[in-house]
Design a protein around this ligand. Structure first.
Ligand code: DON
Length: 576
């Protein structure tokens, strides 16, 4: 581990929040062997030990990587009910070694048919933030079940009942509540308490959050999972589960009907592609902004010799932050669901556009938000969660998938009788032009609510190929708008700065999203000198964890496969 990891922790911890101190300690104290694994036949990196075990269970029964991905999707839905679940959606980027084809599965939530562009505004046209965050109206039509079943149907080898067994058992027999889940329950207790079915599962008497060490049973969820294992898509999108979701929506002011459920559509999309110094980057296209901006930022940075500036020198951080700033201004202006709006992805990922953008960046002076055309507004309060897993096998197949219900416990509504926590993904739409979401991301015209449209995302499941076309790195992370900058930095740390993967993941990360006009720096932080230099260039600094939890896998030059689960979180890598 390089010196900067250890040295700077003491200096900066004093000025950072609890989460920063906890994470800095985790990075310092976790042994490398606790968050890395080495194998050659397969490697699984997920955000939960039970989820990694579920994927392992499937491999051990002769399942392939796609069975393992489906098992992991259902298991993580149980293990991280505050982050993701059957009531949410996500994206999966796949490399099929046999055909050489890369595919992007889009199972993002869709706005219900009755949704419209003014649904989150009051009579005076002002944004009513709470409406897209809590309660029935916050939810889009869930896509996760349809998406993973489509992958299983196309590529799976084992029967669905075997693949879903670990998830069903985890929900039925219960699991020990871990500290991060306790924190989420505590943070959301007041909201969960408002909804009978949510309260029953996640809170104790008097609406007290359950505590770490208690057992969490999700019996209704186990029944829903069994129905899916038995009836496949119809077990969720038709029959009793769909009816109970529609009934819960009606009761809590939502718009999703049984017809919306039945009409949910998975989209298989061409991946977005780019290159960085000869490596090919493959990632998620719209309705995610993630892949496009990961590539756009890397394109801008390709024109500099960052390596000689030093991985986390003030100069390199300044240039990288400036490229992030430009990407986020473009995100606000152009990004949305490309089925509904004209999104100029080709231009945004072109080298020519990157060269033009580079001209706007000075080597020693921060860009001002005034240098950009889109006006920026007040920021929303944020909270987080989502989840990512990556799996790679010895044959060269890769699955990288980010899945979410958006904020902690999504809309806070469990559809009574189903155990399903409904998402609050509708908050990722722009409530009006210039409206901000939970993550302070500004939305434009292309991201206004429309019936059956998908809200703009930042999720960036990505795969990197070497010059011979071999997938050498696959990764992703949760954490709202920070997803794309955390993924981009990890790629940059590996390709440009040639850091070993565990160091690339553990290193200090930073984030600039154009608005607010600041560099957000997470644990283990930079040295005082680097920060002073950044300030002298005109940057404002905010010490705050980025919330990312990178799950990454690297194929090494000797053919072995290395898994790394971010030391900041409770993930686990396992492989043989
Ligand atoms: O799709 C998105 O970009 C967000 N809904 C993801 C939310 C998220 O990552 C929350 N985080 N930790």
């Amino acid at each position: 581990m390089k010196v900067f990891l250890g040295l700077v922790i003491f200096v900066v911890c004093a000025c950072s929040g609890n989460k920063g101190i906890r994470q800095a300690d985790l990075i310092k104290n976790k042994k490398k062997s606790e968050y890395t694994a080495l194998g050659s036949q397969y490697m699984i990196s997920t955000q939960g030990a039970a989820t990694t075990q579920a994927a392992k269970f499937v491999f051990e029964r002769g399942g392939n990587i796609f069975d393992a991905a489906v098992a992991a999707s259902f298991a993580i839905s149980v293990e991280r009910p505050h982050s993701t679940g059957l009531g949410g959606g996500g994206f999966m980027v796949i490399h099929n070694a046999k055909t050489g084809i890369n595919e992007a599965y889009d199972f993002r939530e869709m706005a219900p048919k009755a949704a419209h562009s003014k649904m989150y505004l009051d009579k005076e046209g002002k944004q009513v933030t709470e409406r897209s965050l809590t309660g029935g109206l916050a939810s889009g039509v869930p896509g996760l079940v349809a998406g993973v079943l489509e992958v299983h149907n196309k590529y799976g080898k084992l029967d669905l009942k075997t693949v879903m067994k670990p998830a069903i058992e985890l929900a039925e027999k219960g699991m020990v509540i871990y500290p991060a889940l306790e924190r989420a329950m505590t943070a959301k207790a007041e909201k969960l308490c408002r909804f009978e079915a949510s309260k029953k599962i996640f809170l104790d008497d008097g609406c007290k959050p359950k505590t770490a060490g208690d057992i969490l049973y999700q019996k209704d969820l186990a029944e829903t999972l069994k129905l899916i294992a038995h009836k496949k898509r119809a077990g969720f999108y038709e029959g009793p589960v769909a009816k109970m979701i529609a009934a819960s929506q009606k009761k809590h002011g939502g718009l999703i009907t049984t017809r919306d459920m039945r009409n949910y559509l998975v989209k298989k999309r061409p991946v977005v592609e780019g290159t960085y110094k000869g490596y090919k980057i493959v990632s998620m296209p719209p309705p995610s902004s993630g892949g496009t901006h990961v590539i756009q930022i890397l394109n801008i940075l390709e024109g500099y010799d960052l390596k000689s500036l030093g991985a986390q020198s003030a100069e390199a951080v300044h240039l990288t932050s400036s490229a992030m700033q430009i990407a986020f201004a473009d995100r606000a202006e152009y990004m949305g669901d490309s089925d509904f709006a004209n999104v100029p992805v080709e231009t945004l990922v072109s080298k020519k556009y990157a060269a033009q953008m580079r001209e706007r960046i000075s080597l020693d002076k921060a860009l001002s938000s005034k240098d950009f055309p889109v006006p920026f507004k007040e920021l929303a309060k944020e909270s987080d969660h989502t989840t990512h897993f990556t799996i790679m096998d010895g044959k060269g197949n890769v699955v990288s998938s980010t899945q979410t219900i958006n904020g902690w416990f999504g809309s806070s509504v469990v559809a009574a009788g189903t155990g399903v926590v409904m998402n609050n993904e509708m908050d990722d739409f722009a409530s009006h032009i210039g409206g901000v979401n939970l993550f302070g991301a500004i939305g434009g015209k292309n991201n206004l609510v429309e019936p059956r449209k998908r809200p703009l995302s930042s999720m960036s499941p990505s795969i990197v190929f070497n010059k011979e076309g071999v997938p050498v790195l696959a990764l992703g992370t949760p954490s709202g708008t920070r997803i794309l900058t955390c993924v981009m930095q990890t790629i940059l740390n590996v390709l440009e700065h040639e850091m070993p993967l565990w160091e690339a993941v553990a290193a200090t990360r930073y984030h600039h999203q154009w608005s607010p006009e600041e560099i957000r720096i997470g644990p283990p932080f930079f040295s005082t000198e680097v920060e002073e230099k950044l300030k002298s260039m005109g940057h404002k600094i905010n010490h705050k964890s980025l919330g990312c939890s990178i799950q990454a896998i690297q194929r090494q030059s000797d053919g072995s496969i290395l898994g790394v689960s971010d030391p900041r979180g409770e993930g686990m890598s396992y492989g043989i």
